[in-house]
Design a protein around this ligand. Structure first.
Ligand code: BG6
Length: 489
């Protein structure tokens, strides 16, 4: 009979990113990052998805001159910079084995071009890791999570310029050396595929700075530089210490054909192949043949140094991590109804419900994703983001969030089912265990946490932390290693 518990040593935890939680945007020598100029866009997902792509030089200039955090919520985050001890204690209370967090490049290298790291930045993260060690929580560190130095963006158009590889490797070397005592799990680039959806956030590319009609070419070039940088950092981490495990990180965008019309099926297949491109390179170590053909057909020419292909081939990742929030459908019909998802606009699936932000909730899709990825790559998998954004309200002094509990419960059951069918899933970190500033819209009111943070979209509030009902529920899941899922709530 199948057991009701997850595998022994399963890595339960949560995930956050520096730019969405830390605040302290101008403290202790930190430089400006691309996140510090991201303005509040409450309706971006539902009404104006293209706003993600429309960062202009003018916008950036205006933001640099504005020294307040009023219109730039990621500058204040949830003030984790000052609350980290209490927040980590709450994660420990839930029983976290791991916490996925990122290191803000600009705390260590304010412009990205310094040759020596800012000691105060190093000290901050060392203190965070020390505290985690004390609490028995292992870090999973993302080196690049939407927070590259703004200077590299405005001066070099970000990752389009090959010199940024060396800047990133210098930053990563400091992290791997300085935090060797604390960190075993490293992720190089968060959602590396997202460069096509929001090139500024992911790679510092201001598309109006590309030559006419060369924005797409530039994006592929920048992506190639990130692939090479990721492989070089993987090599570094392996050479530094054999215990280091390095993973890639993909936005798993599950797409289904809306109907069994072969056209819908073909379009869907193509979408899913595109989504696999990134992990194909990072896990298999080479560009897929069909992607190369498609690039050539579109006259996109990636400049590579002679050694690049060898670097990619010899330094593949140890595990594959991904985010999973929603799924969507695809159709050949131009009239098919569309709905927003995680920085995508997909075709609406009539069988699924959606969150208040229109993202289609699909627990079974997570099982399908796990089987699909494991069958394709046969390496350990980690889910490093999954969760639902919702509006929470206090009733009699407590947040009752059955919708969140239901979301997680359904997803966990599908994870368990995938494991039972043979998938090697080694860990799960929810997005996010504590309310934080949304990446896409910069809202606080799009809440993901098991822990409520008293701050509104304007940053007004006491920043006091409170446990929601889901806090106790997740704690019970971890404590029983999943067995509590099989008992009535
Ligand atoms: C992921 C990002 O794509 O989605 C996170 O890695 C982000 O940074 C999460 O917060 C949820 O998206 P949003 O826009 O609701 O914050």
């Amino acid at each position: 009979m199948t057991k009701h518990t997850f595998p022994e040593n399963f890595l339960w935890g949560g995930a956050i990113a520096a730019n969405q939680v830390e605040g302290g945007w101008n403290l202790d020598g930190k430089g400006l990052s691309v996140a510090d100029v991201a303005s509040y866009k409450p309706n971006v997902d539902n009404k104006d998805y293209s706003a993600h792509l429309s960062i202009t030089n003018e916008h950036v200039k205006e933001a640099i001159l504005d020294l307040s955090d009023q219109d730039y919520p990621k500058r204040r985050g949830i003030d984790f910079y000052h609350h980290y001890k209490a927040d980590l204690a709450l994660f420990a209370e839930m029983g976290f084995k791991v916490l996925r967090l990122s290191i803000a490049w600009t705390r260590l290298f304010p412009t990205g071009e310094e040759m020596q790291a800012n000691e105060k930045g190093v000290t901050f993260y060392r203190n965070v890791f020390k505290e985690m060690k004390k609490l028995g929580i292992k870090p999973i560190v993302t080196l690049s999570h939407y927070e590259m130095p703004l200077h590299l963006s405005t001066t070099y158009n970000g990752w389009v310029n090959r010199k940024v590889i060396a800047d990133f490797v210098r930053f990563a070397t400091v992290c791997i050396d300085e935090f060797d005592d604390y960190v075993d799990y490293w992720l190089t680039f968060n959602e590396i595929d997202s460069i096509h959806r929001h090139p500024f956030t992911t790679a510092g590319i201001i598309t109006e700075n590309s030559k006419e009609n060369e924005a797409v070419q530039d994006i592929y070039q920048a992506l190639h530089h990130q692939f090479v940088a990721s492989a070089l950092v993987t090599k570094l981490a392996h050479e530094k210490n054999a215990k280091n495990k390095v993973g890639c990180m993909l936005t798993k965008l599950m797409t289904y054909p809306l109907t069994c019309d072969p056209l819908d099926v073909e379009l869907t297949l193509k979408k899913n192949l595109e989504n696999n491109f990134y992990t194909d390179v990072q896990v298999r170590g080479e560009y897929p043949k069909m992607i190369e053909k498609s690039l050539a057909d579109r006259a996109i020419k990636i400049e590579m140094l002679p050694e690049d292909r060898k670097i990619l081939k010899e330094n593949t990742v140890d595990f594959l991590s991904f985010s999973y929030y929603m799924s969507m459908a695809e159709s050949g019909s131009p009239d098919a109804e569309r709905t927003p998802g995680n920085t995508v606009l997909g075709v609406k699936n009539p069988y699924l419900e959606s969150t208040e932000w229109g993202w289609q909730i699909d627990p079974k899709g997570l099982k399908i994703a796990l089987i699909d990825l494991y069958d394709r790559y046969q390496i350990p998998l980690m889910i490093v983001e999954n969760g639902m954004g919702a509006v929470d309200q206090f009733v009699d002094g407590q947040i009752h969030d059955p919708y969140r509990i239901t979301y997680f419960k359904q997803h966990f059951m599908q994870m368990k089912a995938a494991i039972d069918e043979g998938v090697d899933l080694i860990g799960y970190t929810s997005w996010a265990p504590i309310d934080l500033v949304s990446a896409g819209t910069s809202q606080m009111s799009k809440r993901y946490g098991f822990i409520y943070v008293d701050a509104d979209d304007q940053g007004v509030g006491t920043y006091k932390r409170s446990k929601k009902d889901s806090f106790y529920w997740y704690k019970a899941v971890i404590e029983s290693n999943g067995e509590s899922l099989f008992k009535a709530i």
